[in-house]
Design a protein around this ligand. Structure first.
Ligand code: PBG
Length: 326
């Protein structure tokens, strides 16, 4: 008996790429950059090999390195000099992130995305304003509606500095609407908004919290970030953000949530972004260091999987390495 259909015919070298369904392109990728106001020199991030926090004076140089690989977009994260209860350096006109955005947009051709959150800027490490008695209270809550105003100010300050896109990641209900409204009021109707619409409370963010110094000092983020168990709820979150005016809808983390990326792709017309987070990067590096995995191959396969699941764009710490290989 011979097989009638032989899919192997289309797997030979000459034809493989003709029939391939999915591509990863350098222009699909956004590279994260950490700008740290507490240092004068580049500091390697131990949990994320190959990545560094750069001082504000090196933000432009860092972005130019990324651009040379063919990656055109960056997302900037700031580590401020000082922190306080209301994260005031997140929305200071001369804050670390505003200075970096100003320099990078003035001096490079990069497409500049600003991460809009308070956790790197608050002394308690939560993504918003918390109840006063919280430090001793295990049932601490981030005050949703009071936080909206601060997120809106943060987004406007980033747009004032020249950001092309803002990306709210605080999982505050109503943040997209509040930010869109504030941007428009300030004359920034052309600044795009990418919402971290579906952001899970994930242990895969561990290495990032070292990188950006944004770990909660106490408590956790379960009462505002999503429960990993939930899939339908992702559609609800994404629908709200789409209705509130998000231009791009993001799923985060990426690889452990490919089903959710696919759900959003099928349900919405907006471009879908996936955040290939710090833990996804760190685990491949750790295994490669032991000689257990081929780093470049698994990195590429990860990005391809995210694209195949339906992501149009990917935020990834592998951006430069993969772009270099392409
Ligand atoms: C800020 C923010 C976080 C990440 C991106 N923006 C941390 C968090 O929510 O704990 C994580 C990114 C990564 O792990 O690569 N809220």
């Amino acid at each position: 008996m011979h097989p009638i259909d032989r899919p192997r015919r289309l797997r030979t070298d000459g034809v493989r790429s003709l029939v391939s369904e999915t591509d990863v392109d350098a222009t699909d990728l956004i590279a994260p950059v950490f700008v740290d106001a507490t240092t004068d020199e580049r500091v390697p991030i131990e949990t994320m090999p190959g990545h560094e926090r750069v001082p504000p004076s090196e933000a432009v140089a860092r972005v130019e390195e990324i651009r040379r690989t063919g990656v055109e977009a960056v997302i900037l994260f700031g580590v401020p000099e000082t922190k306080d209860a209301r994260g005031s350096h997140a929305y200071a006109a001369d804050g670390v992130i505003q200075r970096a955005i100003r320099d990078v947009s003035a001096e490079t051709d990069a497409y500049v995305v600003g991460d809009v959150c308070l956790c790197e800027y608050t002394d308690h490490g939560h993504c918003g304003v918390i109840e006063k008695r919280a430090e001793t209270d295990p049932t601490l809550t981030v005050r949703n509606d009071e936080t909206l105003e601060l997120l809106a100010k943060t987004a406007v300050s980033q747009a004032d500095a020249g950001a092309d896109m803002v990306a709210p990641s605080a999982m505050t209900d109503g943040q997209v609407k509040a930010i869109r409204h504030a941007l428009d009021e300030a004359g920034h109707e052309n600044v795009a908004l990418m919402s971290y619409a579906v952001k899970y409370e994930s242990a895969f963010y561990g290495p990032f919290r070292d990188a950006a110094d944004g770990a909660p000092a106490f408590g956790d983020r379960r009462h505002y970030q999503m429960d990993s168990a939930n899939r339908r709820e992702a559609l609800r979150e994404a629908r709200l953000d789409a209705e509130e005016g998000a231009d791009v809808l993001m799923v985060k983390p990426g690889l452990p949530y490919l089903d959710v990326v696919r759900d959003l792709r099928d349900e919405f017309d907006q471009p879908i972004a996936a955040y290939n987070v710090s833990g996804e990067y760190a685990m491949l590096h750790a295994a490669a260091e032991k000689g257990w995995l081929d780093l470049e191959a698994v990195a590429y396969e990860s990005l391809l999987a995210l694209k195949r699941a339906g992501a149009d764009l990917i935020i990834t710490y592998f951006a430069e390495d993969i772009a270099d290989r392409l």
